[in-house]
Design a protein around this ligand. Structure first.
Ligand SMILES: Cc1ncc(C[n+]2csc(CCOP(=O)(O)OP(=O)(O)O)c2C)c(N)n1
Ligand SMILES: [Mg+2]
Length: 364
């Protein structure tokens, strides 16, 4: 496993990873503090979103707490022309590509289906159907190659694709098919697996007999494992292999070993299936605390961390106010877009729900 930052914040590049280490050496103190700022920002956002869901302001929340290193690190390793196909937990990646945080909250309230524009942000819409986005990503990457946008050496032209998915999703046939299509077409894509060790209540041991970074081997896709709680290692691995893919040397698979500290979603109670000791073990490997220790060793002082904390409190107050001001989506919205044409089953269900709501005194 490639790790540069130990849990105590000490930094070192093992010899065999020297070419990745060079990418970290090229980062400025502004880059490093930006990584920290975004990790702290998304953590604060996440905590506030859980509270908003608990207060009935959101239909559901999907926490990414504990995965900030994997997400911010890899997000910044993606180039400006590249396209990102996320799953549903990639709020950290989203902010590295200019997605407005409120648009994620609007989606989780049912106000829209993801209000950001993927053509502008290059961050595609969230996908709840496990593995579906991986097929879309490979299709896109195949198209990029057909269009001659790979390996031309023209920085403004070349692009690559990255797809995010979880340990559980690796067991989907869609992901296997994606790996095969990417391999036989030499597609410019990086498969980024966030192994947070749980697929709701199913542990990773139920998904695989071999480490996930080796899942692509039989299809012809090499891979590596990186410490997903080490933002610098995640950055370097992603940047290196996205650069490779853009130059025509894809595909590649990165497994980021991390941990989902919170619940799967606000509808889940993880105390039912995992031990407190396990959670505590991973909390001690927190990506943000680890990076703070590193930055302090670099001479970043208290006032920076206080300023970041203050900015987080302001963000929380702001998204809170904006969420409370959002409209309640009309109930009938849930029947829109199920089929392109009217469908008798949907019409029947809609009529039933409207009658029920009327009987219950209406939907607010
Ligand atoms: C095709 C499909 N099957 C089942 C589900 C229900 N489901 C939603 S999330 C989830 C677990 C996914 O785990 P993982 O891929 O590890 O991602 P994580 O949620 O841990 O980020 C399941 C089974 C789904 N959304 N899509
Ligand atoms: Mg998982």
């Amino acid at each position: 496993m490639m790790q540069f930052l130990a849990p105590d914040g000490t930094f070192g590049v093992p010899k065999e990873y020297a070419q990745y280490g060079e990418l970290v050496d090229a980062l400025t103190i502004e880059d490093l503090t930006k990584f920290y700022r975004d990790m702290a920002r998304i953590r604060r956002f996440d905590i506030e979103a859980i509270a908003l869901q608990r207060q009935g302001q959101l239909g559901l929340w999907v926490p990414a707490i504990g995965q900030e290193g994997a997400q911010i690190g890899s997000g910044y390793g993606v180039g400006p022309n590249d396209h990102i196909f996320p799953s549903y937990r990639e709020h950290g990646v989203a902010i590295t590509h200019g997605v407005e945080l409120m648009s994620i909250l609007k989606m989780m309230r049912g106000v829209n289906h993801g209000g950001w524009n993927p053509e502008e942000t290059r961050f595609h819409l969230y996908a709840i159907v496990l593995g579906s986005q991986v097929l879309h990503a490979v299709g896109y990457a195949m198209g990029v190659k057909f269009d001659g946008l790979v390996g031309t050496g023209d920085k403004d032209k070349d692009l690559a694709v990255i797809s995010y998915f979880g340990d559980g999703a690796t067991a989907e046939g869609d992901v296997s098919e994606s790996l095969l299509f990417a391999a036989i077409n030499d597609s410019p894509i990086v498969f980024f697996v966030q192994n947070n060790q749980w697929a709701i209540s199913a542990p990773v041991e139920k998904q695989t007999k071999v480490p996930l970074y080796r899942r692509g081997e039989g299809f012809g896709v090499s891979g590596m494992r990186v410490d997903g709680n080490d933002v610098l290692a995640c950055y370097a691995a992603t940047k290196f292999h996205m650069d490779q893919a853009r130059a025509g040397h894809g595909p590649y698979l990165i497994e980021a070993l991390t941990y989902r500290v919170g619940a799967h979603t606000t509808s889940d109670d993880p105390t039912k299936y995992r031990s407190e000791e396990e959670v505590e073990y991973w909390k001690a490997r927190d990506p943000i605390i680890r990076f703070e220790k590193f930055l302090r060793r670099q001479g970043v002082a208290d006032d920076f961390f206080e300023e970041v904390k203050h900015a987080g409190d302001e963000l929380a107050a702001q998204i809170r106010a904006e969420t409370f001001a959002l409209p309640t989506p009309p109930l009938e919205n849930i029947f829109h877009n199920v089929y392109s044409d009217e469908h008798p089953d949907i019409e029947r269900q809609k009529a039933w729900l409207q009658a029920y709501e009327q009987q219950m005194g209406g939907h607010e």
